[in-house]
Design a protein around this ligand. Structure first.
Ligand SMILES: NC(=O)c1ccc[n+]([C@@H]2O[C@H](COP(=O)([O-])OP(=O)(O)OC[C@H]3O[C@@H](n4cnc5c(N)ncnc54)[C@H](O)[C@@H]3O)[C@@H](O)[C@H]2O)c1
Length: 357
């Protein structure tokens, strides 16, 4: 039987609860302890799962049998927890964004490599069946050359959401707003499906919330390395929380992922090239379900899909057991961070920004 993988969950807030729930639900994984700098929060989650709760990370790292540490602290504190865990010889699962700047992200990646531990960055929507299907077809060339990509995350977060934690909406700890916290998932999917980003030109605004330093509205025009172009639209001001869309258009077909579901998938048959002058009537939608879920995370951050998180945890457990890289390792998790930082730089300078930064 495969060795049991022992977990410590750090950060007992919205996402820490998801981590504890996922670990407890996975056969072969065992939750050994939880950590939060607020002792009452650690105790509450600890009691729920019958494990010890700690306010100091080092006490949890000293527990016997700890293999993996999950990091669900505010984004600008991911690095210090991850580096401490790596130095203690523990594998790391860190929430998105990997960190709030590239220096800290690079330190995490380097420290994990130096200590021979795996680093997994949560980007759970890469594990959605819709993403897997589109990625497979894009990689196989079924959509042709990728020429146009759009990511649109028209979400809503209330003023109360931003007021619910001192760190929310700050540059130091949230690292950004609608893009860095919410749209990062779709930005990651866009670059995963369309290929690496060459440049961005952007505008951002703080248009609809008070007492936040970061953007709640953002638009960017993107050039991809492979020649395609695209747009990124992200907001937390779209009352009451609308859709999340990633659209990928190639020379031979189109895929649309809406609210994490594959809603449209068209592949142009050879004979369509000789068809009419306009849209091709009668094109078959190959999307399996064509159905869209209700509001979900567009309106409520706790309503994220649990299945996708579980799939990514399973990938990491397999990576640890087999000594391979997780699908979203540190280098992969760094990519959407770099794109978003380039967007912020472009918005600030008014110039097109070329990657790498
Ligand atoms: N993958 C997703 O869909 C998803 C969803 C929500 C949040 N997140 C990410 O998870 C992270 C946390 O977000 P949240 O909404 O759960 O925040 P939260 O404020 O609800 O929880 C953060 C917790 O960390 C604790 N904490 C702060 N500093 C700490 C430290 N040094 N050591 C231990 N605990 C500490 C806080 O007391 C708090 O309980 C963020 O990076 C966010 O981007 C990801």
């Amino acid at each position: 039987m495969a060795k049991q993988i022992g977990f410590v969950v750090v950060g007992c807030g919205v996402i820490g609860k998801t981590h504890a729930e996922q670990v407890s639900a996975i056969e072969g994984a065992k939750l050994l302890g939880v950590v939060d700098e607020v002792p009452e929060l650690a105790q509450k989650l600890a009691e729920q799962y019958g494990v010890p709760g700690f306010s100091r990370l080092e006490d949890a790292l000293a527990l016997p049998g700890v293999d993996v540490v999950t990091v669900g602290t505010p984004s600008g504190l991911h690095g210090e927890v991850a580096v401490a865990a790596a130095r203690a010889g523990k594998h790391v699962i860190v929430e998105k964004p990997i960190e709030v700047n590239l220096t800290k992200a690079d330190e995490m990646i380097a420290e994990c490599r130096r200590h021979g531990v795996k680093l997994c960055v949560i980007s759970q929507h890469r594990f959605d069946p819709a993403t897997i299907e589109v990625k497979r077809r894009v990689t196989a060339g079924e959509l042709g050359n990728m020429i146009l990509g759009e990511a649109a995350v028209n979400w809503y977060r209330s003023q109360a959401y931003y007021d619910s934690g001192d760190w929310r909406g700050t540059w130091a700890l949230d690292g950004g707003g609608a893009l860095m916290n919410q749209s990062i998932h779709s930005i990651d999917l866009l670059q995963y499906l369309m290929g690496p980003v060459k440049s961005v030109s952007a505008h951002v605004r703080t248009a609809s919330h008070e007492r936040i330093e970061v953007e709640d509205v953002a638009v960017a025009v993107v050039e991809f390395v492979d020649g395609g172009v695209g747009t990124i639209v992200g907001t937390t001001a779209a009352y009451p929380g609308l859709s999340t869309r990633v659209e990928c258009m190639g020379t031979r077909g189109t895929a649309v992922i809406e609210r994490d579901r594959l809603t449209h998938l068209y592949i142009k048959p050879e004979e369509a090239a000789a068809g009419g002058n306009y849209g091709h009537r009668g094109a078959v939608n190959l999307a399996a379900d064509g159905v869209v879920d209700a509001a979900g995370a567009a309106a409520d951050p706790a309503a994220i899909s649990q299945n996708a998180h579980r799939a990514q945890f399973l990938d990491m457990i397999e990576a640890v057991r087999e000594g391979r890289e997780p699908l979203v390792n540190g280098e992969e998790g760094r990519k959407p961070l770099e794109i978003i930082l380039a967007i912020y730089r472009s918005a600030q300078t008014g110039e097109k920004v070329t990657l790498p930064l």
